[in-house]
Design a protein around this ligand. Structure first.
Ligand SMILES: CC(C)(COP(=O)(O)OP(=O)(O)OC[C@H]1O[C@@H](n2cnc3c(N)ncnc32)[C@H](O)[C@@H]1OP(=O)(O)O)[C@@H](O)C(=O)NCCC(=O)NCCS
Length: 186
């Protein structure tokens, strides 16, 4: 039987300059609950209806670990192994050429750690044959859009009023990255 391509990705965790990525574990549940309960992460990444409980996070992690179409990593500080945030591929097509990216920092924002982690992660994915990485961000999420653009992501579209935060509608930016975009920003 041929190996599950996602197993290969998972074992080949990557290292940036100051952070590395390790596979998520069910013992990460409490920190995921804490990070995803943070107001900023809720507003910028999850939306008002997200139900963040230990049970939901345990089941999400288990599902991601066994899925052929997902990757889920914890960003850790190289120096101390301290977990800071997560990067995940929420979906990959069966050929593993097209990947849907999500990420958030639970701690130590604004210090370049997420950019460091994403640079290493994207380089690894592209070296493994991923052709295109796609993401969406609420139009008001300037940091996330700026961060992705600084890595070479291009704005490819705008979904008008596709997000409702409980009070008002917001546009959703669609961003995409091909290998040549990434290399031209390296
Ligand atoms: C978005 C998020 C993950 C960024 O993590 P971070 O560790 O703070 O980001 P970094 O410090 O690595 O990012 C640095 C880059 O972001 C960009 N950036 C930072 N602040 C910015 C701003 N105000 N406007 C535009 N771009 C900005 C810059 O490109 C910067 O790189 P540079 O200094 O080399 O130019 C973090 O803010 C977060 O967790 N937010 C809540 C969840 C979220 O928004 N997730 C993404 C959903 S799409």
């Amino acid at each position: 039987m041929s190996p599950n391509p996602c197993t290969f990705f998972r074992e080949a965790f990557c290292e940036g300059n100051r952070v590395y990525l390790r596979e998520i574990k069910t013992s990460d549940v409490p920190r995921l609950v804490k990070w995803k309960s943070d107001r900023l992460v809720q507003r910028m990444a999850l939306g008002p209806d997200a139900c963040i409980t230990a049970a939901s996070q345990r089941s999400d992690i288990k599902q991601a670990i066994k899925s052929d179409a997902e990757l889920y990593f914890i960003i850790c500080l190289e120096q101390s192994d301290r977990p800071l945030g997560y990067i995940r591929i929420n979906w990959m097509d069966t050929s593993h050429r097209f990947a849907w990216l999500r990420f958030a920092m639970g701690e130590e924002r604004g210090k370049g750690y997420c950019k460091d982690a994403l640079q290493a992660f994207i380089a690894r994915l592209l070296s493994q044959g991923v052709h295109r990485i796609e993401a969406e961000a609420y139009e008001f999420n300037r940091v996330s859009i700026g961060l992705m653009e600084s890595l070479g992501f291009k704005r490819e579209g705008l979904k008008r009023q596709a997000h409702y935060d409980g009070e008002r509608y917001a546009d959703v930016a669609v961003l995409g990255l091909l290998a040549q975009d990434f290399l031209s920003h390296a």
